[in-house]
Design a protein around this ligand. Sequence first.
Ligand code: HXC
Ligand code: NAP
Length: 273
Amino acid sequence: MSAKFDFSGKNIFVVGGTSGINLGIACGFARWGANVAVASRKQEKVDNAVSKLKGLGANAFGVAFDVRHAEDVESGFAKVADFFNGTIDVLISGAAGNFPSRVNDMSVNAIRSVLEIDLLGTFHVMKASHAYLKKPGASVVNISAPQAFLPMSHQAHVCSAKAGVDMITRTLSMEWGSDGIRINSIVPGPIAGTEGMDRLAPTPALQEAVTRSVPLGRQGSVDDIANAAAMLSSEQSSYISGVILPVDGGWSQSGATDVMTKLSNMLDNMKAK
Ligand code: HXC
Ligand code: NAP
């Protein structure tokens, strides 16, 4: 990925930034000159991500916390703010959990797990971040999913949680606008080689079906999402706030709901055999 953005000297914190799409975003900002912090539950993943970011030349820092626990999120933000000398310029919030399952097959705890990570976790991250976000000038990007506005079989937990995430984005664009903080959501489409896609399409045939359903004819890359996060967080986007931006090759305009329903039914059949 060639350097198209300049975030030299800016402080960026990626929550859930230790694998997949979010790590790709962290690496993008590292290449564009930012100081980068990442957080997730597992210390080993945090350490590996920090090593990778340092390998890209970034001034990098990591902290382990679970977004479900508000007090741990608060103390994690305090550590990151110390590392950054007090100010976060760009916050990416993308911690999430998912597994395909019909509502009837989910325990109360299964539903609660995803709601607590995706939705309550986003609340915790937003509340803990506000004191440290640069005012005016900060950019916040919440990582949503097409499930937020498209019903998909076997995804009721994620659909309802991510719909809530996008409503947090839209509401905070009003509440935080007077601080000069912009907040937007990115809605990735199917992104190749990620945990999310591997869980929903765990065989080559299922992956191929997804690829065929994307109008642009390919799955996205983590760099596609990193570029969108940088675009939204750059000064050139200084009047963009409260936007829910699909970055999905047109997938959410056609194909997404149908193929996900077919996929889920095929997964059920595979399990039944
Ligand atoms: C039904 C399931 C299940 C499954 C877990 N559970 N997997 N129920 N079908 N396949 C149930 C468990 O039995 C348990 O309920 C409850 O969920 C919590 O599971 P735990 O493993 O104890 O929880 P925890 O360790 O907290 O893990 C949370 C998790 C896990 C969400 C279940 O999968 C996780 O950590 N995921 C993080 C990584 C991830 O999912 N990445 C993909 C994000 S992609 P009981 O009743 O037994 O206690 C994404 C959108 C992609 O978000 C969109 C693509 C288009
Ligand atoms: P991933 O690699 O599993 O990334 C999830 C990240 O969140 C990991 O760093 C994980 O690390 C962390 N995390 C999970 N639960 C957490 C918790 N309770 N507290 C703190 N951190 C937690 O998945 P991905 O597929 O790249 O997805 C990344 C984001 O993109 C998610 O928000 C997802 O909803 C969204 N998305 C993905 C796709 C796709 O095609 N993959 C499509 C649309 C939207 P730990 O395990 O160490 O906690």
